[in-house]
Design a protein around this ligand. Structure first.
Ligand code: ZN
Length: 202
């Protein structure tokens, strides 16, 4: 099994520590492609977390914290993932999230270490990175694919920031074709316009 879930969807990692937020979203299942939920099982969840923390460390240039997940942590982790997914679609979420960290000043920078272990430590790390990214504007570029059968999380590096598909060739074309068929069904025209589908390719 490929534990590199960014590789799972062939997607480039979001910049800096935001990759942990993207990795959390991409741990989800995708039934249409028979992709399982990595947070459904203790072993795959730990494997997912180790790979995600390693990427986070590589991207932030910091020593990745060692966090151990137990079976009891799994529901909280899946809950956290649901909350974060809601944030990206601008759904109001007034329920407060966990954030426990030790903040210190070192070598001219403020750094932090998440406190505790298990789901609480993962939540602190994810919530802190989302908070930081929401202040730099980077969070608005972390998106979930608009194809309801997909939902893969990607970082939109397009100039105008209007990308909505994780991949144009797969989800973009599929959804544009589906929309065009629906339009044809709704407005039966006396003339067939095969092959003249309009393509909104963003
Ligand atoms: Zn997609």
């Amino acid at each position: 099994m490929n534990s590199d879930d960014t590789g799972r969807f062939l997607l480039a990692a979001a910049p800096g520590g935001l990759s942990i937020v993207q990795d959390l979203l991409n741990s989800a299942s995708m039934p249409v492609a028979s992709i399982p939920d990595l947070l459904a099982d203790e072993a795959t969840a730990q494997e997912w977390l180790d790979a995600s923390l390693s990427r986070w460390g590589g991207q932030t240039g910091r020593a990745a914290p060692r966090i151990t997940i137990s079976r009891a942590d799994l529901p909280a982790l899946r809950d956290l993932r649901d909350h974060v997914r809601g944030w990206l679609t601008d759904a109001d979420d007034p329920s407060p999230q966990v954030l426990h960290a030790d903040v210190s000043f070192r070598d001219g920078h403020i750094t932090y270490e998440p406190r505790g272990d298990g789901a609480a430590a993962v939540a602190s790390l994810v919530n802190l990175e989302a908070l930081l990214a929401s202040h730099t504007g980077a969070l608005t570029r972390l998106k979930t694919c608009l194809n309801p059968d997909c939902g893969a999380a990607f970082y939109d590096r397009s100039r105008n920031g209007t990308r909505v598909w994780h991949d144009m060739k797969t989800c973009g074309n599929t959804m544009n074709l589906r929309a065009s068929r629906a339009r044809r069904r709704e407005t039966p025209s006396p003339q067939r316009t095969e092959g003249a589908e309009s393509r909104a390719d963003r």
